[in-house]
Design a binder for this molecule. Structure first.
Ligand SMILES: Cc1ncc(COP(=O)(O)O)c(C=O)c1O
Length: 383
């Protein structure tokens, strides 16, 4: 193994896609703001690029960085996480079947139910923490099992290696949405998955300033080629500027994740002992139902947590109204801590407990975050 192949993730994150520009020596790569590429006098394309929807040098650099980060052979970048997810389902055929988590990200479940069902792709939603339920949901026409772990918003932990085994025994592929864990904390390809999906809008971008998605494949095979075709023909591609911003975000990802994990562990510990709190969902807590599996397959436990406040929706919304440092906003993975009452956001179809608040723990000082939550909880509930 060469020294380059042996490099650790911090080093890969800093250097992948960041060679000095051969034309100028610029240490940071240029942003190629062009939609088209010139042919030579013979009509050839000397650099291999033809049109920005099909490919763009900034996007190609990003895709190299994403593949290196996830330990895959090839990566395909999209304009959002949902665009990446849609390409996976569009690569399947009518009559095929998907097994997905019952608490999958709201958009993933809605896409399967409200869009893909209409073109003949059937789906079954199961509790992915129950391996018997996963195996029982598999049908002869099942071609894909979709994992999301830790899940959004209840932080359920799925045993990736075991579910990948169930998928492969059934002749199906296994895809993992690794958005919440990131490649820093969890390596789905090494655990047997056939594809990793990311909303790069979150931790990979890391600054709440871009929207993006990615698929990372362990092989540049026929399926990867089909997904790349869907990228170019579907056209949900990221702008060159967003690709560049994402590469910048990736450089600090491993170090940012340390801060997110450290802060989230401190906040989860504090909340789990608070009189106003019913339950804390955080796989780092020893009593969390997902702790044992998470400890096996994650390096650390992540920056996301959910808290159920005593008193249900009314009390939870009262807490949200009273925070001063947390920002009331959807999304996650940025430097600023966010709080959200998920059931309100998800609407009447939501399966989320009414008293649940989802917290994206940012990079502020954990003591300031804890003080803010404490004053909001005490003021809202009197406990
Ligand atoms: C786990 C997970 N997957 C996918 C998505 C969708 O990503 P995007 O908003 O970039 O389309 C989200 C967004 O919150 C998410 O949390």
């Amino acid at each position: 193994m060469s020294a380059e192949e042996h490099r650790r993730l911090e080093t890969i994150a800093v250097h992948a896609g960041h060679a000095a520009d051969p034309a100028t020596g610029a240490v940071n790569p240029p942003i190629y703001l062009t939609t088209t590429f010139a042919r030579d006098s013979e009509g050839n394309l000397p650099h291999g690029y033809i049109y920005a929807r099909s490919d763009n040098p900034t996007r190609r650099e990003l895709e190299h960085a994403l593949a290196a980060l996830e330990g895959g052979e090839t990566a395909i970048a999209f304009a959002s996480g949902m665009a990446a997810t849609a390409a996976v389902f569009q690569s399947m055929l009518p009559g095929e079947h998907v097994v997905a988590p019952q608490d999958a990200y709201y958009g993933t479940a809605k896409l399967l139910r409200d869009v893909m069902a209409g073109w003949g792709l059937a789906s079954t939603f199961v509790d992915m923490t129950d391996l018997h339920a996963v195996a029982a949901a598999v049908r002869p026409e099942t071609r894909l099992i979709w994992i999301e772990t830790p899940s959004n918003p209840a932080l359920a932990v799925t045993d990736i290696a075991r579910v990948a085994e169930i998928a492969h025994a059934a002749g199906a592929r296994c895809v993992c949405d690794n958005t919440w864990a990131t490649p820093v904390l969890q390596r789905p390809l090494a655990l047997g998955c056939d594809l990793v999906m990311h909303s790069t809008t979150k931790y990979l971008g890391g600054h709440s300033d871009l929207t993006g998605g990615a698929l990372v494949s362990p092989a540049d095979d026929e399926w990867a080629a089909r997904l790349r075709l869907l990228q170019g023909l579907g056209g949900a591609v990221p702008s060159a500027f967003d690709c560049w911003l994402l590469m910048r975000g990736i450089r600090s990802l491993p170090w940012r994740m340390r801060g997110h994990c450290e802060n989230a562990a401190a906040v989860a510990g504090f909340l789990s002992a608070h009189a106003a709190v019913e339950t804390v969902h955080y796989p780092g807590l020893a009593f969390d139902p997902g702790h044992a599996v998470a400890a096996r397959q994650m390096a650390e436990f992540g920056g996301m947590l959910a808290v159920e406040v005593k008193g249900g929706a009314e009390a939870a919304l009262a807490v949200v109204r009273r925070v001063r440092l947390f920002t009331r906003a959807t999304s996650l993975g940025g430097p600023e801590s966010l709080i959200e009452h998920r059931a309100s956001v998800e609407g009447p179809e939501s399966r989320t407990p009414p008293g649940l608040l989802r917290l994206s723990i940012g990079l502020e000082h954990s003591v300031d975050l804890i003080e803010d939550l404490d004053q909001a909880l005490v003021d809202a509930t009197g406990r």
